[in-house]
Design a protein around this ligand. Structure first.
Ligand SMILES: Cc1cc2nc3c(=O)[nH]c(=O)nc-3n(C[C@H](O)[C@H](O)[C@H](O)COP(=O)(O)OP(=O)(O)OC[C@H]3O[C@@H](n4cnc5c(N)ncnc54)[C@H](O)[C@@H]3O)c2cc1C
Length: 460
């Protein structure tokens, strides 16, 4: 007899685990399938290991270059032990994956199965060679690294984010292709620990919708810490001279030649659906393989839902877990409910950090939303001055008529935490006038929002 389950969730990463738990809470018997290793991208090769490496890199950089303004110094040279950094990272990651597995195993109604899943029909699939029937399914298979074909780029020069996380000897020089969060964070990791890093991106604007002034100052701050950054590169080519690889390109009207030991390809990831046989399940994808979903997170097969990186909506952890939970709920309910559009804060964990939530001014203008804006620098903030952390600034946008806060963009120390203050305000649809009434602790970095909103509301 064929095995049968109420719901199959394919992929036990962050989205899959949240989907399985939400459906089990609603009384469904859920089979959660993971091809392994267990843990998902965030724990194994994404958010957690990258931050575990960045922390010592930032401290090392500070010890070498930023003690003087604090009246401190070190006699001798600070030491870097990359194998020890990687070992400690691995121990933390192992423990996190184990803890996540225990949570799944202890969740009533969820059965964790190891194996590869593929669809064989609209309500049927094969789990490691054995047929299985399901009433509902959630696809949460995440993404995989995409290596674009680049003329002249030889395979043995190439490294990916997966490689950087494991490297015990860092390249003496690294060319980073791609100025997204992964390229910037791992580029800075390598740079802080001594690799000569050049980061290039074909886009002229660092990120199409960010504020140009914040983008320029943020990238300038990264450059001042050692990375060379070129945007809008053209006529690029790889070559070899006297056995050594080089990369040639034009940028800012000049020709550049960069030699390198390794090339970190950080040009993005693609949905991981190739093994699923989505056609058999009548699940449609875009031409980039993203599983298309509607406002209920339902695919073209209304018994199959999808969440996380596989949908290509926004590859960040907070949205993967939110959508995972919503997809699991909707798959379990007799009638699905529309999924609200949350405010999604995002961050880049470089030193200094960059973070954003809600709309940027460019996005607001594309949607023809009239806005008022305010801008402030950390050099105007008491806490930043006494902590010698004045690099950075932020911008708030609010609706010109309703005065509701619509977006914030920020770079500087602690931006990834600070951004939540205004994310909460946006979540509850606060106006700048309501925000202005809120007291802030003095002296704090969060106080900068108060100063700016005081200014925007004319309350100074
Ligand atoms: C270097 C790096 C740093 C990052 N840092 C951050 C960060 O700081 N903050 C942030 O918000 N986001 C970050 N991200 C992105 C974040 O990790 C992802 O958005 C998130 O983990 C995606 O979760 P997911 O559940 O959609 O996919 P995944 O976690 O990838 O889960 C998919 C699971 O499906 C399994 N699977 C695939 N196919 C099958 C199959 N056929 N059968 C069974 N199982 C299958 C896979 O093995 C995997 O475990 C980072 C990403 C990278 C690469």
């Amino acid at each position: 007899m064929k095995e049968k389950t109420d719901m199959i969730v394919i992929g036990a990463g962050s989205a899959g685990r949240y989907a399985a738990r939400a459906a089990a809470t609603l009384g469904k018997m859920v089979t959660l399938v993971e091809k392994g290793p267990f843990g998902g991208l965030c724990i194994l090769k994404g958010c957690m290991p990258s931050k575990a490496l960045l922390k010592p890199a930032h401290v090392y950089h500070m010890m070498k270059h930023r003690l003087e303004p604090l009246g401190l110094g070190i006699d001798g040279t600070p030491r870097v032990d990359v194998p020890a950094i990687v070992r400690m990272k691995n121990a933390m990651i192992r423990e996190m994956a184990e803890d996540a597995r225990k949570v799944v195993e202890q969740t009533q109604g969820v059965t964790l199965r190891t194996g590869n899943f593929r669809f064989t029909g609209t309500n049927a699939g094969m789990l490691d060679g054995a047929p299985i029937l399901f009433d509902k399914a959630v696809i949460a298979t995440g993404s995989r690294i995409h290596l674009p074909a680049i003329a002249g780029l030889e395979a043995d020069w190439m490294i990916t984010s997966d490689d950087v996380l494991e490297m015990e000897r860092l390249p003496s020089s690294t060319l980073v292709l791609g100025g997204g969060p992964v390229g910037l964070e791992l580029g800075q990791y390598l740079s802080c620990l001594g690799s000569d890093v050049t980061l290039v991106d074909t886009n002229m604007n660092w990120h199409p919708h960010t504020d140009p002034e914040i983008a320029r100052e943020y990238l300038g701050a990264l450059a001042s810490r050692g990375m060379t950054i070129h945007l809008g590169i053209r006529n690029e080519r790889f070559g070899i001279q006297e056995g050594k690889p080089f990369f040639q390109f034009q940028s800012g009207g000049k020709n550049h030649t960069v030699s390198f030991e390794k090339v970190l390809v950080a040009t993005g990831r693609r949905p991981d659906t190739s093994m699923l046989d989505l056609q058999a399940a009548q699940v449609h994808t875009t031409k980039h393989g993203q599983v298309q979903v509607d406002q209920f997170l339902r695919t073209s097969n209304h018994n199959i839902f999808a969440a996380g990186d596989v949908t290509g909506i926004l590859p960040v952890l907070n949205l993967a877990t939110f959508h995972g939970e919503m997809a699991g709920r909707n798959a379990a309910l007799p009638e699905p409910v529309p999924v609200r559009e949350p405010v999604v804060p995002v961050a880049i964990f470089t030193d200094p950090e960059y973070a954003r939530a809600g709309l940027t001014e460019t996005q607001a203008s594309m949607r023809r939303v009239p806005v008022i804006t305010g801008r402030i620098s950390f050099s105007d903030l008491g806490k930043a001055i006494v902590y010698r952390e004045t690099e950075g600034g932020l911008k708030i946008i609010a609706h010109a008529k309703t005065r509701e806060i619509l977006g914030v963009e920020i770079f500087g120390a602690g931006a990834s935490d600070l951004v939540h203050t205004l994310t909460a305000a946006m979540h509850f649809h606060a106006t700048i006038d309501q925000y202005q009434e809120m007291l802030h602790i003095h002296p704090t970095f969060s106080e900068i929002f108060k100063y700016l909103v005081d200014d925007m509301t004319g309350s100074l």
